[in-house]
Design a protein around this ligand. Structure first.
Ligand SMILES: NC(=O)c1ccc[n+]([C@@H]2O[C@H](COP(=O)([O-])OP(=O)(O)OC[C@H]3O[C@@H](n4cnc5c(N)ncnc54)[C@H](O)[C@@H]3O)[C@@H](O)[C@H]2O)c1
Ligand SMILES: [Zn+2]
Length: 368
């Protein structure tokens, strides 16, 4: 199968999606990093599990490879870890011929990508995403950054890698929640893409296999790469990637730090988006039925959470005195056809959130 590509005004780069086949990685690395040394930054958990498999491949062509293992977890996306990376690279006297490789989930690609964007005014880099969310989302699109104490992802830069290398084999060691979170973003892409992808997703959910998962990753990456190509700097159609996210972000935030993984909140946000789409035009119900079924099949995999309605509304900047003129929702007319709603009455939003909270609590009932 031909490689997927992100095409930018300044050139293009490949996204290779494989399954249990990292053999092409050395050649790709050799092409992207033509001279100089290769600085590899690993997520600690991935390194412990798979470092011994991946390291020889990176060293295969006799190039000088210098490694650093980074602590796992969102806290690592900080000024403090960034500073450690700078100190390490400057201590090694990094030069503009050198290359940086990020191996890990979204935390690693965001952090290391930002270090690559900023050190010596920008060093070429590549990504080997190792979580499902990293593969279908974080590693694609050139957004890099760290968190600030005032909020997530507030410091950052657009800095596209020279390649993305996905081997879906790595997802087999993810814990179940991480896997579901990645699937949450895949369900989002299925909403944007429509039929062929919905069909693949249904097959995967009824009989999960590595082969079908790889196909879903490929379809997701193709969707994001196409949208990023159309809108390099997030000025217009990239907004479609926010399907399920207006509600999802608010639920994630209102649930309290770390209680819902981002992708889990996105799944719940997709439920809300479907519900709102149908509420605004009931004839959409039949068209969105199969999609809603997919979302509902996955909900029981998310831990039950009780979330306070007012906290969600506050997180959405909801003000009951005015309609939500400033709030924009990416919604579905049918799978594969999105539309933007920016004039949804406040009480409709409130009602949608209320119903979604029953879903967060797995449709209410006895305690978890
Ligand atoms: N730049 C973007 O466009 C973009 C898009 C989406 C998300 N993000 C960012 O991505 C981050 C979330 O990414 P994530 O979900 O990958 O989290 P993560 O990087 O924290 O990885 C999740 C966990 O999986 C572990 N892990 C990594 N690979 C593994 C493997 N193969 N087997 C077992 N465990 C493994 C990690 O140690 C970590 O504990 C957030 O910070 C988010 O802001 C960025
Ligand atoms: Zn997301």
């Amino acid at each position: 199968m031909p490689d997927l590509r992100v095409r930018l005004s300044s050139g293009s780069y490949p996204i290779v999606v494989t399954s249990n086949d990292s053999r092409r990685l050395p050649a790709l690395l050799a092409r992207a990093a033509t001279s100089g040394r290769i600085f590899v930054f690993y997520d600690a958990q991935f390194y412990a599990l798979h470092g011994s498999t991946l390291r020889p491949l990176l060293k295969a062509r006799g190039r000088e490879v210098i490694e650093m293992v980074l602590p796992r977890g969102e806290k690592s996306k900080s000024r403090a870890t960034l500073e450690r990376i700078y100190a390490f690279l400057l201590g090694e006297q990094i030069s503009r011929d050198d290359f940086i490789l990020a191996v890990g989930g979204g935390v690693t690609s965001d952090l290391v990508g930002y270090a690559a964007a900023t050190i010596l005014r920008g060093i070429a880099w590549g990504v080997v995403p190792t979580t499902l969310l990293g593969m279908v989302d974080a590693a694609i699109g050139g957004k890099t950054g760290i968190n600030h104490r005032l909020g997530k992802n507030l410091i950052g830069a657009f800095w596209h890698p020279r390649f993305v290398y996905v081997d879906t084999l790595w997802v087999n060691t993810l814990d179940r929640r991480q896997l579901t979170a990645g699937i949450g973003e895949i369900v989002k892409y299925a909403g944007l893409e429509g039929e062929p992808m919905i069909d693949t997703l249904q097959r995967y959910l009824s009989r999960p296999s590595q082969r079908i998962l790889t196909k879903l990753v490929r379809q997701s990456v193709a969707c994001k790469a196409r949208i990023v190509t159309l809108d390099e700097r997030e000025k217009n159609v990239r907004m479609f990637l926010n399907l399920g996210h207006t509600f999802g972000h608010a639920l994630e935030h209102a649930a309290g730090y770390g209680r819902l993984l981002h992708g889990e909140a996105v799944l719940l946000g997709l439920w809300a988006a479907v519900r709102l789409s149908v509420h605004l035009k009931p004839s959409r119900a039949t068209r969105l039925n199969a999609y809603q079924d997919i979302v509902e099949t996955l909900v029981p995999r998310i831990p039950r959470v009780r979330i306070d309605l007012d906290r969600v509304l506050t997180a959405m900047n909801y003000d009951k005195k005015r309609s939500s003129r400033k709030m924009r929702f990416v919604l579905l007319d049918r799978p594969g056809k999105v539309f933007i709603a920016d004039n949804v009455p406040g009480r409709t939003i409130r009602d949608t959130v209320k119903r979604t909270l029953a879903v967060c609590d797995h449709f209410g009932g006895e305690d978890a």
